[in-house]
Design a protein around this ligand. Structure first.
Ligand SMILES: C[S@@+](CC[C@H](N)C(=O)[O-])C[C@H]1O[C@@H](n2cnc3c(N)ncnc32)[C@H](O)[C@@H]1O
Length: 401
């Protein structure tokens, strides 16, 4: 295989956009794909997978090639060598061999070998012990792509047939995830008629395991208090068969606006949205709901496969701020649940300090709640999907007089 100079020059520009101008990798990728419509399918695939891998492994590649993390050429050359890809005869290439790179890496620290910041490697090890290296490695792999059949409009079988007819090959995952399909050719999905007519939503198969924890039924009153753009609200509406009340809230109106558009496409007419302006918005809803979903802001460490650049943007301080916010939201927003109702506390974090430890602290301070069930999806340990956590908490009935 020859290496195309124009493709690699574009990769270089994209790399600088991410590492020198701090642009988000997905935005940079979208921009360059748009600017290069003539690229062949394999060029596009090489560009996207290589750029994401450079982001994932930048620390390791820079160390192995004895270069700065800002220095594209040796980093890219190390990537090519370590992945047994061709090295062109260009003046930018150094006199490097794969054996030399591997020898340097042999004596590198675990954080460098796994390509994580030191502080995150230390935190991961202290939180997950011996499981951490496996989880860290799994989070360094490219993600799979999944859709959820919108059962308000179709079934997973009918959707699979329709996607296949549109040249999007797909497969059922398991009977435990009846509405989930894994798909190839993700680039074709958004233009497909199945997607445009609201018969499916793109949603990781791990994420699809959160809404069912709420054990909703048609006619219930449910609030999704950190709804964002509505991935889980749409799933809840489908599980409720569009019957009852589903209030989707967030502090950001623009996310709720996106949610409204998605809800319209998906035919989820039961969804009402409300922006949270202050604590009064929450207090007014005290004891009002049968079910409360708190899909709280978190480190996103469970979804690093999709957002590999975020491991370089996170910090110990940002995680400790998030932990304080999560505890506060759990305490205040849980009051919207009626006695006898249920709340699901969820994150896309793999860190117990954002998950189990938050729940233990909440239960210690709130004896009228009990833990019914916990789900902890750890990539590389018990899940091939993204990392998610969900705890089902029940608010005890008030004692009868
Ligand atoms: C993990 S994301 C939610 C993802 C969403 N549930 C989904 O499935 O697509 C967390 C959301 O919490 C929102 N958020 C942040 N602070 C909040 C607060 N004080 N109250 C409610 N929502 C908040 C963020 O805007 C973000 O949309």
């Amino acid at each position: 295989m020859t290496v195309d100079r124009q493709l690699i020059s574009t990769l270089h520009t994209a790399f600088n956009g991410i590492f020198q101008q701090s642009l988000y990798a997905d935005k940079v990728i979208q921009h360059h794909l748009h600017d290069n419509p003539h690229w062949r399918r394999e060029d596009k695939a090489y560009f996207v997978t290589t750029l994401y891998d450079l982001v994932r492994f930048i620390r390791k590649l820079a160390y192995a090639s004895n270069a700065s993390e800002q220095d594209f050429w040796p980093v890219w050359q190390a990537f090519q060598l370590l992945n047994d890809k061709p090295i062109p005869d260009w003046p930018e290439m150094r006199n490097l061999s794969k054996a030399e790179l591997l020898t340097r890496l042999d004596t590198a620290s675990q954080a460098i070998q796994l390509s994580y910041p030191d502080w995150l490697d230390t935190l991961g090890s202290s939180q997950l012990g011996q499981q951490w290296p496996q989880v860290a490695e799994a989070l360094n792999r490219a993600p799979g792509y999944y859709v959820r059949a919108n059962t308000l409009k179709t079934s997973a079988d009918a959707l699979a047939g329709k996607l296949e007819r549109e040249q999007i090959s797909c497969e059922h995952i398991s009977s435990a995830l009846p509405d989930a399909l894994v798909i190839q050719a993700v680039d074709k999905l958004f233009k497909s008629s199945a997607f445009q007519s609201g018969e499916c939503e793109m949603q990781d198969a791990g994420s699809q395991q959160i809404a069912p924890l709420l054990d909703v039924a048609p006619g219930m009153k449910v609030v999704d208090a950190c709804a964002g753009a509505g991935g889980k609200s749409l799933h809840l509406a489908a599980l409720m068969k569009n019957k009852g009340r589903l209030l989707s809230m967030d502090i950001h109106q623009h996310k709720l606006d996106t949610l409204k558009k998605r809800a319209k496409r998906a035919g989820c007419h039961m969804i009402e949205t409300r922006a949270i302006k202050n604590n009064k918005t929450i207090k007014r809803l005290k004891d009002k709901f049968d079910r409360v979903l708190l899909d709280v802001p978190c480190s996103g460490t469970g979804v690093l496969r999709r957002n590999p650049d975020s491991k370089w943007h996170l910090s110990e301080q940002s995680i400790s701020d998030l932990i304080a916010l999560q505890a506060d939201l759990l305490q205040r927003y849980s009051q919207m649940c009626r006695p006898g109702g249920k709340l699901v506390y969820a994150t896309c974090s793999i860190l117990p300090v954002e998950n189990q430890q938050q729940v233990v602290q909440f239960l210690d301070a709130n004896p009228d709640w009990t833990l019914q069930q916990e789900l902890s999806l750890l990539p590389g340990i018990n899940s091939e999907f993204d990392g998610f956590y969900g705890a089902v908490l029940c608010r005890n009935e008030l004692p009868q007089d």
